[in-house]
Design a binder for this molecule. Structure first.
Ligand code: DP6
Length: 369
């Protein structure tokens, strides 16, 4: 598929109004996306676990309008929210070419998260994918697919998800990995046939039962605004002294992970995942300007996890996004012992003792009225 294939060429103009609703999860990258080219094209491939409990629920109501330009209102948790508008305006501009009906309707976007807004958890992946899916449902209504003169198999559920992921990517890169589950690959690479820079692809390879219902407990170390937004962070990879090596390493780690996911080798899994998290932060520490996004408590938690692994035969490990919070990853059969470990040894490092229990999930769902 090329970007051209996602341009909607004809649609009905007689639909006056309607409403669609989707819930879409967050995801946590195992091999990290860090660095992008123009048009939200990643510098390196990434792979993530789709989450289950951390999600955004978005309803989009569309009403035919006469006026020119984009028109939309955003309501976050029932209250009109002006702060979210610029990001959505940018998103609309980027995707207008692919969903040309955007200027013909007024959109009421009502959204809420299952996780606290001020938790320091990025909501862009779940938020942008939820809107993208709503727009695809509207596209479906406006096109009445079957009547279109389209190539065979174009307007099926695969196309729907691919285009939703394609649009979501243009909102926020990592959002393209939230449409499906339980593992999604994004970015051209030689390991996975069919991989694309344009959208996330569901992982269809063999996955060992060790990874079934893999757990992710998110320790909220710092609930404040991130010091550096991801968008700014990605820019730091331009001219970064280690960029080339880092992008090559991501390809290597992806290939290694494929073998590990099939064999169920949890020790090897831990090494790749933790190394990826630390590399992401190392990139930020060695860019110009440089940043340290971990907090003292992030390091305390990492050291506790390492100490726990040494004294038990646990396969618990950590990963980080571009912030101070820690994702604690572990197999389902360790659920009871790790939750006990978290409660007794790690909760004290969380802001107000807060953490969120999640596990890998199957992807987004449409909510019927
Ligand atoms: C560290 O997807 O938030 O979480 O494309 O600029 O919206 P934009 O960035 P974003 O970057 C996420 C970076 C990361 C790693 C990852 O999720 O792969």
């Amino acid at each position: 598929m090329t970007a051209q294939d996602f341009i909607l060429k004809s649609y009905q103009t007689t639909v006056e109004n309607g409403s669609v609703k989707w819930e879409s999860p967050s995801n946590i990258a195992l091999v990290k996306y860090w660095g992008k080219k123009e048009h939200q094209i990643p510098e390196n491939p990434s792979i993530s676990f789709t989450l289950s409990n951390c999600k955004t629920i978005t309803e989009v109501t569309f009403t035919k309008k006469e006026s020119e330009g984009f028109s939309f209102d955003v309501f976050f948790e029932g209250i009109k929210n002006e702060a979210f508008k610029p990001k959505i305006q940018t998103f609309f501009k980027r995707i207008e070419n692919y969903v040309p009906f955007l200027k013909e309707y007024h959109f009421k976007i009502e959204t809420s998260n299952t996780f606290p807004h001020s938790s320091g958890i990025a909501s862009s992946a779940s938020g942008m994918s939820a809107i993208a899916l709503c727009l695809m449902s509207i596209e479906q209504i406006l096109t009445n697919y079957s009547t279109l003169d389209a190539p065979d198999g174009f307007y099926n559920s695969t196309y729907f998800k691919q285009k939703a992921s394609f649009l979501a990517r243009l909102g926020s890169g990592s959002a393209c990995r939230s449409v499906e589950g339980t593992l999604v690959v994004w970015g051209n690479n030689n390991t996975f046939e069919g991989s694309s820079d344009l959208y996330g692809v569901k992982y269809e390879e063999e996955v060992h039962s060790n990874f079934q219902n893999y757990q992710d407990t998110i320790l909220l170390v710092d609930k404040g605004e991130k010091q550096v937004s991801s968008t700014v962070g990605h820019q730091l990879m331009y001219g970064h002294p280690f960029a080339k090596e880092r992008f090559a390493q991501a390809h290597d780690n992806l290939a290694k992970l494929k073998t590990i996911l099939a064999s169920g080798d949890l020790e090897a899994f831990v090494k790749i995942v933790e190394s990826e998290a630390l590399t992401l932060h190392a990139m930020m520490m060695t860019s110009m300007p440089y940043f340290i996004l971990m907090k003292p408590n992030t390091l305390e938690i990492i050291n506790k996890i390492w100490a726990y692994r040494l004294k038990t035969d646990s396969k618990v490990c950590f990963t980080l996004d571009a912030g101070a919070n820690v994702h604690v990853l572990y197999p389902e059969n360790e659920k009871a012992s790790i939750l006990e470990f978290i409660k007794t040894e790690l909760v004290s490092y969380c802001q107000n003792g807060h953490y969120i229990c999640d596990q890998i999930g199957l992807g987004a769902n449409q909510i019927e009225f």
